[in-house]
Design a protein around this ligand. Structure first.
Ligand SMILES: [Zn+2]
Length: 717
């Protein structure tokens, strides 16, 4: 029994406050905190034990103690006050980021490779002191703190933050460890087809995951059965921070703090559910605009939408508030949170069950290989690497998720951890996943051979994780094509070869790939997508059309453009761009252009057409209505029903209800007995067309309907 894991409405007070002014936290009162949390209707609280300042809020035998916690045990006081208010409490402990340790043990600090070019910058910048997880004395220090914390307080849940690399560390401990484990010196150049670089990056990933695992083992040693997690958010950034999404396998529940808007939230909720950890995931976000803002609160509408999004995917929700340096809290903020939580509380108990998804988007940690270093391709001196957000793969994943969400197709997000269960999905989307392991490649080949239907795009499978590259796809036999070159201009076009594709992109006869963006540094990002030749058995759905003068962008003197602002389609080539290939029992659809990444209505329509019509995705659950309504569904066989959620993801509060028609295929052997709105309790209008129930709902912000089923008895003879 872990009350924190059962809680759904959680709060966290960020307390990254230094103590070099005696006014800091002087007015902090844990009883006031507990009172406001109760007012807000929270049932779970995450409590600061140590902040990024490295200052503990309890009398730790090791490390720094905040000035106000030297006379009072603030953790003990807050824990009792919150538990007294009926709120379950989990412990928050920051690692790597520790200003106290940076000042008292400078020898433990990260040594950024960028020091060679005169920059000491580490992730988040100059206010933070960050430690190297390969320094044995630093690891001992964290373990001693965690051990003492859990010996002193009865915490059932521990939340570790910031277990990621803040730089490419080139300290002696890192160099020695790399030499000891691999007999290699630290590489000076980022090159994803070079074995020394890929070995080093794999080591960085293994080391940072090992550091988190080591701290977790220490916690379990003191308190067997304790629930543990470490922040997932860095796993959604680039390679630089070294944390992988798949490291969530270490956690008892997935948790992450995210600030990227509705698209990112919908993606992360699906990713966290995909990990299938023993307890419900936790989605966290600030009540302020983001972490760098202190005095700007989100609208109540946005807060409500974000909280409902968590409910719609059966996850816990946590709002982060930041304490004033004085220690005071803003009561009005908690009144607003209270109204939000009162709304979600009404429906959260209805959720649970098995997600209804027939398509999964594959997220590849290893394909996060660009956006860092001297150029966009991700190659260059290690010393010039700076943390970047995203990669082509991540952009394409987000685009695919957005198109599915707007097309009312419920989806899952899977990772390498799911390689042995890909067959549970009728369609898998592999968006521009350039770098895969040999095991990943085998899993995709087996999936299609066994009857699965694969959509793959861009550079998918051009590189193995160990750096091996042949110039062709490792899945060439599955895709039904081989690489014969690369598109080096900034713009090209897809020319449809089927009526279905033509009507998906209508009224335009061509679908643009890439974007012309003239600037002092060039005319835009070169496409960099493969040029392909189709194999014998493949069916080509679209071919490439190029602008006049391609690949040149055109100049005044060169007379090599056809229209002065744009680069319109001109030369219809015979090069295949999009093809389907039957392989084994299944089918692959390869698109050299990641059309899912672009995000225009025409690109979305093409992507969904390919899934629905060329790959035969026949989603059990879908809907007809406004694209801003996001649809989720859960099978609840133990309650004899299916639960469907419809949440409107709109920036501003909608004024009127949006009519939606939900379509759900009813499981064989059952029939619909009744459909009612969970929110209002009222019956909904519904009708049957074969095995598909059509349900009319009106969605102002969030609507949840329960479809009650009865078993059909075979007719007696
Ligand atoms: Zn190091």
């Amino acid at each position: 029994m872990n009350a924190y894991l059962d809680s759904r409405r959680r709060l966290l007070l960020d307390m990254h406050i230094p103590d070099w002014d005696e006014g800091f936290l002087a007015s902090y009162d844990p009883r006031e905190l507990a009172g406001l949390y109760r007012l807000a209707g929270a049932d779970g609280a995450l409590l600061y034990c140590k902040s990024h300042l490295g200052l503990n809020y309890w009398p730790s035998p090791v490390g720094g103690i905040h000035r106000v916690a030297r006379e009072r045990d603030l953790v003990g006081e807050a824990k009792s006050a919150l538990e007294g208010a009926g709120i379950a409490v989990a412990a928050y402990h920051s690692v790597i980021f520790d200003n106290w340790a940076a000042q008292h043990h400078p020898e433990w600090r990260i040594v950024p490779a960028s020091r060679a070019v005169g920059s000491e910058w580490t992730v988040l910048g100059h206010r933070y002191g960050t430690m190297c997880p390969n320094h044995p004395e630093y690891v001992k220090y964290e373990k001693a703190q965690i051990r003492a914390l859990l010996e002193r307080f009865e915490f059932d849940t521990l939340w570790l933050d910031m277990a990621f690399w803040t730089a490419v560390c080139v300290c002696e401990a890192c160099a020695d460890r790399f030499r000891g484990e691999h007999g290699l010196e630290l590489p000076a150049v980022i090159d994803w087809s070079d074995r020394v670089w890929t070995t080093f990056q794999s080591a960085r990933e293994r080391w940072i995951a090992g550091f988190a695992a080591d701290l977790m083992a220490t916690a379990r040693n003191v308190r067997p059965g304790i629930a543990l997690t470490h922040n997932l958010a860095p796993g959604l950034r680039g390679w630089f921070q070294g944390q992988r999404a798949q490291d969530a396998a270490l956690d008892d529940f997935a948790a992450g703090d995210l600030y990227g808007g509705f698209d990112e939230q919908v993606f992360v909720l699906a990713l966290m559910r995909g990990f299938r950890r023993p307890a419900r995931p936790e989605f966290m976000t600030t009540r302020t605009r983001d972490l760098f803002n202190h005095s700007s609160t989100k609208t109540e509408h946005e807060m409500l939408t974000q909280a409902f999004a968590a409910v719609a995917s059966d996850s816990a929700f946590l709002f982060i508030d930041a304490v004033d340096p004085s220690g005071r809290l803003n009561g009005e903020v908690y009144e607003r949170i209270g109204r939000v939580f009162a709304a979600t509380r009404g429906v959260e108990a209805e959720t649970g069950g098995t997600e209804i998804t027939d398509v999964a988007v594959y997220y590849s940690d290893d394909s996060r290989i660009e956006s860092t270093g001297a150029n966009a391709a991700g190659f260059g001196p290690v010393a010039e690497a700076i943390p970047g957000g995203g990669s082509h793969h991540q952009d394409a994943v987000m685009g695919a998720v957005r198109a599915l969400r707007r097309g009312h197709i419920p989806f899952s997000v899977v990772t390498r951890l799911d390689n042995d269960r890909l067959g549970e999905f009728s369609v898998i989307v592999l968006p521009d996943a350039r770098r895969l392991s040999a095991e990943d490649v085998s899993a995709f080949r087996a999936y299609v051979a066994g009857g699965g239907r694969l959509y793959a795009s861009g550079g998918s499978s051009l590189l193995l994780s160990d750096g091996t590259a042949t110039g062709d796809f490792f899945l060439a036999d599955v895709f039904g094509c081989r690489v014969i070159g690369s598109e080096d201009g900034v713009m090209a076009y897809l020319r449809p070869g089927t009526d279905g594709l033509a009507s998906a992109m209508a009224p335009e006869p061509y679908l643009p790939i890439g974007q012309r963006l003239p600037s002092p540094s060039g005319s835009g990002t070169p496409l960099g997508i493969p040029r392909i030749a189709a194999a014998g058995g493949a069916r080509v759905l679209a071919r490439i059309t190029l602008p006049f003068g391609y690949p040149s962008d055109g100049t005044l003197e060169g007379r090599d453009f056809a229209s002065i602002h744009s680069s319109p389609p001109w030369n219809d080539t015979s090069h295949a761009a999009l093809l389907v290939n039957d392989f084994g029992e299944g089918r692959a659809l390869y698109s050299s252009a990641p059309v899912e990444a672009t995000g225009s209505p025409a690109h979305e329509a093409v992507f969904l057409h390919l899934l629905n019509h060329e790959l035969g995705l026949d989603s059990r659950l879908t809907a007809v209505g406004h694209p801003e309504v996001w649809v989720t569904g859960f099978d609840q066989p133990d309650r004899g029903r299916i639960l469907v959620g419809a949440l409107r993801l709109a920036e501003d509060a909608p004024r009127a209800a949006e009519p939606m028609e939900i379509r759900i295929r009813i499981p064989a052997g059952t029939m619909v007995a009744a459909v009612r709105s969970v929110s209002s309790g009222k019956p909904c209008r519904w009708s049957m067309d074969g095995a598909v129930a059509s349900i009319d709902v009106a969605v102002t912000l969030f609507e949840m309907v329960a479809i009650e089923l009865t078993t059909v008895r075979p007719a007696a003879r």
